[in-house]
Structures are given as structure tokens and as C-alpha cells.
Write a protein that binds this ligand. Sequence first.
Ligand code: FAD
Length: 473
Amino acid sequence: SSALVWFRRDLRDFDHAALYHALKRFPQVFCVFVFDTAILDVLPKRADRRVEFIHASVVELDAALREKGGGLIVRHGAARDVIPALAASLRVTAVLANGDYEPAAIARDEDVAERLRVQGIAFESFKDQVIFEKSEVLTKSATPFSVFTPYKRAWLAALTDFHLKAYPVEKYAAHLAPLPAGESIPSLAEMGFEPTNLQEVGITPGMAGGRKLIDDFVRRIDRYKARRDFPASKGVSYLSVHLRFGTVSIRELARLAHARGGEGADTWLSELIWRDFYFQILWHNPHVVGASFRPEYDRVRWDDAPDLFAAWCEARTGYPIVDAAMRQIAHSGYMHNRLRMVVASFLTKDLGIDWRLGEKYFADELNDFDLSANNGGWQWAASTGCDAQPYFRIFNPVNQSEKFDPDGSFIRRYLPELAKVPDKFIHAPWTMPPIDQKLAGCEIGKDYPAPIVDHAKARERTLARFGVVKSAE
Ligand code: FAD
């Protein structure tokens, strides 16, 4: 008998739960990846770094599987049709995949499982992309956590060597079925996509790209806690896009951090636990897609301000730290975590715009876009989420800038028009006297925008806006 392993967000041939289980149990294992038109057709842009990243990773994965005697069948079509049809034509008895926690993916998998069932083919899914999933970590009263710190404590207490152990795929690699004749991988152009600047911005896709970043980060991990909040310096791992597409293994990363210990590695492990935390939040609370985690926060009335929203998207707010961050995401598809918090707070608390608009913009732009973490991050910043920033704690964008980009080097990297603005004005250039504007070659309102909002006034408006929540409590 034979099986089909369906790759999705797990584009690697090592430490892979579904592949391991299939190879162990079946003498013949086929592998498939589907460029799912249900997902691709609704992407807003035809040049999409994620599609290019996936494509290059799929090419690499196929080569890696061929090396082991197998290969990757690659299709472009609706997964809900392609998978049952392929399973039937290959005459497999089961389709195995790693589980997903997003409502749309869950619905797709249920649909595919049902179509397979009527053909007499089993569908099995495995935990792979997280350390703990679903209800594996619960409170003492057996309810899901909604606060991070106790979740983390319980997560660490539940952790054993078993959870960090790699699935030894190599052991049964002989069971990989050779690629059927005539298979080839459709090109990006054939699927209607255009090339992006992925390479130019220094992102190497695939397992090779993930490996390179891990090797680089282990040399810096001890300094992670001290340096992670400064976007101008290389303090973080940049592994998020690889975690998103499974070109690295979460078990390997958690094992590495756990074994290393010390404040750098412990802090980094905490971030990986945040990732698990938001996955289980989404699993237990699918209503967070589109609505506040805490329903009373859906009373908040956001402003309808398309011009301000456009200024935010297009890096024209007049607040350099916000604009530099928005240029970073537009240019590279990445934004530093500190800046994600700053711009999300700015959109919701300074511009009074609904967090869902920012969430959608990030979803379209981020290479590492993950529904769970993105929704969690936005609801945290908007104060509508689980364990969120309280609504009365409002980031001051100028203070954030002074604190986390003290000499303005990140700002200047992305806003060359401010290159010659003296350090003392870089965080609030509108305070620059006309003579300094002249000297810096940067006239406010002409070369760089005047601030589109006054922070102090915006703060008062936000406190009032959230009053509806307080009065309901
Ligand atoms: P590192 O600092 O090296 O952290 C290592 C890994 O831990 C990350 O790759 C990521 O997988 C995980 N991680 C770190 N912080 C968080 C967090 N707060 N929540 C969940 N996981 C975390 N992260 C995404 O992966 N996808 C998103 O779509 C996303 N959207 C966000 C939106 C907002 C508004 C905010 C405030 C945060 C968002 N994050 C998101 C979390 C975080 O900003 C990124 O994971 C991080 O910046 C990625 O860079 P890194 O890999 O260098 O992180």
C-alpha cells in the first residue's frame, strides 16, 4: 500500500511529522505540493515575495527529495480538487499532512478529508509547526489560557525532551516513491506571477536560507535580550519567514534555545512560546478573525479616515519612525517587531483607525504573515486582544523613536530626505527652526511632510473613544 504526503507550510525534508509517519508506515510514499488557486487568486498583487519564496523553496525541496530517491509532484489548481484526484490516480490508501490552525485551512482540510473518505482514502493530520497545540497546554481548571505569562509557565512545565526531538525522516527514506514520469514544476510566470526583489533584499528561501540564518543567529543569540529592540542593529533572528513556510523546524529552534539557556536564549525561547500562544488563541477563539478577542471592545467606534490611512500606508505621516518603518515593509516585506508595535499603535491610537485595516495591510505585505501572530499583534496594539496593552497606555511615537533609534540611524536608512537633519530634530523634524531646515536641505511640508496628527490631542481622543468600554465594565 502507499500514501501521499501533502506539503503545505512545511517545505523541508527533515524533522517533518507527516513525512516521518508516512515513511514509517507505508512502503511507498509520494509527495505533493499544490499552488492553491483558492489562495493565490485572491492575492492583491501579481508580484508577491511570498509566492516567489514558496516557489524557490519547492524547487529546493523537490531536489532534496530526488536526492533521497523520491521527488515532489507539484500542481497549480484548487487543492480541494487536486488532492482527491491525485490520491485516486496514484491509488494511495492515505493522505497525510501536517495540521493547520487557521479557520480557512481547517475548512479546506475538512472538505478534502470528506472527498477522500467517499473514495475510501484516509486523511490524517499531525502536529508539526508548533511545540504544543490545541488543548495540550491548559489552565489548572482545564480551560484555554488567554494570558501569556501563566501560559508560558505551563508550557515550560509541560516540556520534555520528547517535544523537542526531531522526527528521523532519513531512517525510512528508502520508502520514498520515485517521481512519476512527466512531472515538472510550473514556473512563476506560468502561474501568472512576476518576479520580486526578494533576492535583492537579501532573503534566501528554502532550507538553505533557513540554515544560513540559524548559523548566523546562534553566534548572536546571547545578546538577543539586549539588542532585540533596536531596529537599526542586527539583534533579531529574521527567521520568521522560514517559520512561516516550515523551511526550518520549530523543534530544532526551541531545542537550540532551551539547551543554550542564559538570558539571550531564554528571551528568544519566550518569543517562540508567544508564537505557540497565538496559535492556540486562534484555535480556541476563531472569532478573533474579524472581531475583537474581548467582545466589549467591538463597541469602540473607529474613525473613517481614508486619507489618513493612505498617509500611513504610504509613509507620509510626518513621524519619521513610523514612516521609516512603513518604508521598510513596502521595500522588503519585513518590519522589525518594535516598529510593528509602534506603527500599529500609531494607526489605532493616533489616527483612530480600525486595527482590521492595519491587519489587512500587513497581511498583504508581510513575508512572514501568519494569521495567528498578526491578528494577535494587532489586537495587542489596539487593546482589543487577549493580554493586550491596556487602552490607556498609549505609545508616544517620538519617545519610542528616541528610545529605540536614538541616533536616528534606522530612520535615515529609509528616509534619505532626513539624512542631514541634526540628531536633536530627527525624531520630531517639525520642531526644526527654518534655518536648520535650510541647512539640512529639508523643508518641512515640502521635502518631508508636517505631522498629520498632533499626538497629545490624538491621545485625548483615544481615551474618550475607549470610554465606551470602560463605562460598560
Ligand atoms: P525574533 O525576534 O528572532 O523571534 C523569533 C521568532 O519568534 C519569530 O520568527 C516568530 O516566529 C516568533 N515571534 C516573535 N515575536 C512574536 C510575537 N509577538 N508573536 C508571535 N510570534 C512571535 N509575526 C509573524 O511571524 N507573522 C506576523 O504576521 C506577525 N505580525 C505581527 C503584527 C504586529 C502588529 C506585531 C506587533 C507583531 C507581529 N508579529 C508577527 C510578531 C513579530 O513582530 C515577528 O514575529 C518578528 O518581528 C519576526 O522577526 P524575527 O524572526 O527576526 O523575530
